[in-house]
Design a protein around this ligand. Structure first.
Ligand code: UDX
Length: 429
């Protein structure tokens, strides 16, 4: 998020220096290479490095003193208790504080519990009593894989400031985008980010619950979702794709952090807890479907296509696909995995739980069941007839409702999606 923000702000004409404590990451970014898979980012990096508007360093002391704005975009992961872990944010704020010179606006891009940005002011002052600064919250809404496009064409830009002038100055950074800007107080801007991610996560858990009921009554959740999305009060881009659940570096940790925050204030947040509960149960559906089809798991082999938490990108953080792999391995099932975007982290992540295949056909050969766990678009193009003919049994569990059911049935599969129960047929050898 920091790399995208730096590159895109430079693309808007600002002079930007990106700072990270990870030297290998900075070395890559200096060459215009991205440390992760992100469409168009490399081009934007190279264009702005070439134009001299963008540089990278590992030293805040080099970048901060001359800056008018310092944007902090460090991760705020979930701690063991589920609360937001603010240790990287505090470390970054102290690092910035010691180098502040002149008047600076410190902009918090990280997702932080309401109240956090304001609490950084005493922390900065403790390090640097003479510092002259304002704090502004400017949460991002970037989706992994689409973050350059999301930065350049946001639905709205959220700016929170207790000092209106500082808020307007940050708004000025984004003038070139010509998008709606909403200025609020600090705590409200911080809350907007949590509310937005929690709402989206809630709509996924909602449709997953509807899907689970569809499976019981023989209805098709895909058609139900399409009809819901045609209602303008819900909207055509609503998060209504049923599947094995949401994952990634944002939704799970943000819903959990908001619930913990509420509970800390004495409000039990039953709805947020239910959103998380439905999501925890979704990967178990895969196991339940295998249990329905096979009385005994001894000697059972399955292929899992997809490990990433979502399609078109590779990130294993809170990945439901990885949860499925681990659940199956715990049952003693032989698992083979394939992900087209897999990186060098995979062997350690699946060690002892699965064998890694280099292509989907190799993964499926000799298996009793095929599981689609990530919505990678290339899985739509699979030669299903070829896969089916190499398998020992006909079960296909489409954990992302990605495939055309009729095509899967024609290829000889016993197809089970999520909430598409009525289209199944008995599993055969
Ligand atoms: C999300 C938010 O969209 C973004 O605004 C925020 O800043 C960061 O968190 P991201 O984590 O990149 O972005 O992923 P997103 O594309 O939103 O998907 C999140 C998860 O929900 C994925 O696991 C995806 O598979 C799942 N999902 C999404 C569904 O299961 N159904 C849907 O309808 C949509």
């Amino acid at each position: 998020m920091g790399a995208v923000t730096a590159a895109c702000l430079a693309d808007l004409g600002h002079t930007v220096c990106g700072v990270d404590i990870n030297a290998a990451r900075i070395a890559k970014l200096r060459r215009g290479q991205t440390p992760f898979h992100e469409s168009n980012l490399s081009e934007v990096l190279k264009r702005n490095l070439g134009a001299g508007r963008l540089s990278f360093t590992t030293s805040a002391a080099e970048a901060v003193p001359s800056a008018d704005f310092v944007l902090i975009a460090v991760d705020t992961p979930a701690s063991d208790s589920g609360q937001a872990d603010l240790s990287s944010l505090h470390a970054a704020a102290r690092d910035v504080a010691s180098s502040l010179e002149g008047e600076t606006v410190v902009v918090i891009r990280s997702t932080v519990p309401p109240g956090t940005s304001a609490s950084l002011a005493p922390l900065i002052r403790a390090v640097n009593p003479g510092a002259r600064f304002d704090i502004v919250a400017n949460p991002e809404f970037l989706r992994e894989g689409f973050s350059v496009a999301d930065f350049m064409r946001p639905d709205r830009i959220i700016i929170g400031a207790d000092d209106r002038g500082a808020g307007r100055r940050v708004a000025g950074l984004y003038r070139g985008l010509r998008r709606p800007i909403l200025i609020s107080d600090l705590a409200t801007a911080e809350m907007i980010k949590y509310a937005s991610n929690s709402y989206l996560a809630a709509s996924i858990s909602f449709i997953n619950e509807i899907a689970n009921i569809c499976d019981q009554v023989g209805a098709d959740v895909s058609q139900v979702a399409r009809a819901l999305a045609m209602d303008k009060r819900i909207g055509r881009r609503a998060y209504l794709s049923a599947g094995i659940g949401f994952g990634g570096g944002c939704f799970p940790k943000d819903v959990s952090a908001l619930a913990c925050l509420a509970e800390g204030h004495g409000y039990p947040a039953p709805m947020l807890r239910a959103v998380m509960r439905v999501n925890e149960l979704q990967p178990e559906l895969v196991l339940a479907r295998l249990k329905e089809a096979f009385a005994d798991f001894s000697g059972l082999r399955v292929a899992v296509l997809g490990l990433s938490f979502k399609g078109g990108t590779f990130d294993l953080r809170s990945s439901p696909a990885l949860a499925v792999v681990r659940l199956l391995a715990q049952e003693g099932i032989g698992v083979r995995v394939f992900d087209p975007l897999a990186d060098e982290s995979v062997p350690a992540e699946v060690a002892g739980a699965a064998d890694i295949s280099s292509d989907p056909y190799q993964a499926a050969a000799g298996c009793h069941a095929l599981i689609i766990a990530t919505e990678h678009p290339e899985f739509r193009e699979l030669d299903l007839v070829r896969i089916r003919s190499s398998m020992k049994s006909s079960l296909l569990i489409d954990g992302r409702n990605l495939l055309d059911t009729a095509a899967a049935l024609r290829a000889g599969f016993s197809y089970r999606g999520i909430g598409r129960g009525h289209q199944t047929k008995p599993v055969s050898p």
